[in-house]
Design a binder for this molecule. Sequence first.
Ligand SMILES: NC(=O)c1ccc[n+]([C@@H]2O[C@H](COP(=O)([O-])OP(=O)(O)OC[C@H]3O[C@@H](n4cnc5c(N)ncnc54)[C@H](O)[C@@H]3O)[C@@H](O)[C@H]2O)c1
Length: 363
Amino acid sequence: MTFVPYDRPVRAAFVGLGRIYDLNMRGYVANPDVEVVALVDPLEERREQRQADWPEAATFPSVAKLAASGIDVDTVECLLPIPLHADGIIELLDRGWHVNAQKPICNDLAAAQRILDAAKASDRVLRVMENYLFYEPLRKLKAVVAGDDIGEVAGYHVKMVGSGNGGWDVPWSSFEWQLKQIALGRGIMVFDDGWHKLSTALWLFGPVREVRAWIGTTSFGSGIDIDAPAMIGWEHENGVRGVWDITLAPDLYMRSDYYTNDERWEVTGTKGYARVNRIMARGIQQPSVEVYCDGEMRAYHALDDDWASSFRDSGRHWLRYLRTGEGPLMWSAEQAVDVLRFALAAYASSAAGGIGVDPREVI
Ligand SMILES: NC(=O)c1ccc[n+]([C@@H]2O[C@H](COP(=O)([O-])OP(=O)(O)OC[C@H]3O[C@@H](n4cnc5c(N)ncnc54)[C@H](O)[C@@H]3O)[C@@H](O)[C@H]2O)c1
């Protein structure tokens, strides 16, 4: 790839102006690295709503109309529904634009290969954003684990409780494409939201060599089959084991400015533990990180634990990358494919009764 950083603010377009735009746009606000020049969404209502954020930007109902307008675009913030990711990302790359894509990269390895080929052929940079890697409490966890406060890492646990009660409104149109994903066996809990847990595991402890999973289904009728309860365990190449449990609690009310998942990460060391108490919802309302060692608990009270800040910082990181070339991308397309392999290994294991599956060998 022959990418040369820009010596001027990059010219960016948003493609997809739905729910998650509200958080992704934060990296672009008052950012001298970028000029937002275009907004694309087939829904007029969305275009009008988002135009208020960027009065100077031109709006279009399709990428084709943006391309035909002659407006110069360097990079696209791609916020399309998951079923459109593969073809959508390829179209943007083929038009000669760098792409910051939402996770998951796509649904299967064949589509992933098409995307990688398109990035190579177009000589553009493809990033698959992972805002969790920019969430300050998780960054603190990573720093604690790398230090010697809790001793050697003995293992870790990720907990996720799904609830739809509380939080912000999610438009029905978002559920419609989620139903398509469910029908393809790519559920909301394991594949969509779960992507972040798998991604974070790779970021914290490196490559995974074996995955064992038991993925259940809870049916709410009309095709709404939620992929929980689920239990997924794995072993990293460094020998550390992780386990993730997904539980549904449909009537659980969670105070949240965003979605209502109750989540936590807990790493156990040989002489202590470190825990992130919450991410997107205000589940455990204690300091977001607590570290226990030698009979004492240290609590971090002043971290930026607003989940939205992770989107802001991820977006700023990408735009800085385009200006300076300073990485790592967090994540590159190839790293996103590693996360995809991790998820596919969990599905393969569960389908085969929970046997160990090496993510490097899934097809
Ligand atoms: N990082 C995170 O934590 C996080 C959280 C939520 C969603 N997401 C991801 O963000 C993406 C979008 O999710 P969402 O919740 O905003 O969905 P959404 O349904 O609210 O928004 C999608 C938008 O894309 C528009 N769209 C559809 N087809 C289009 C096309 N061809 N061209 C341009 N726009 C088109 C729709 O009209 C809609 O406004 C998904 O990939 C999802 O997985 C990530």
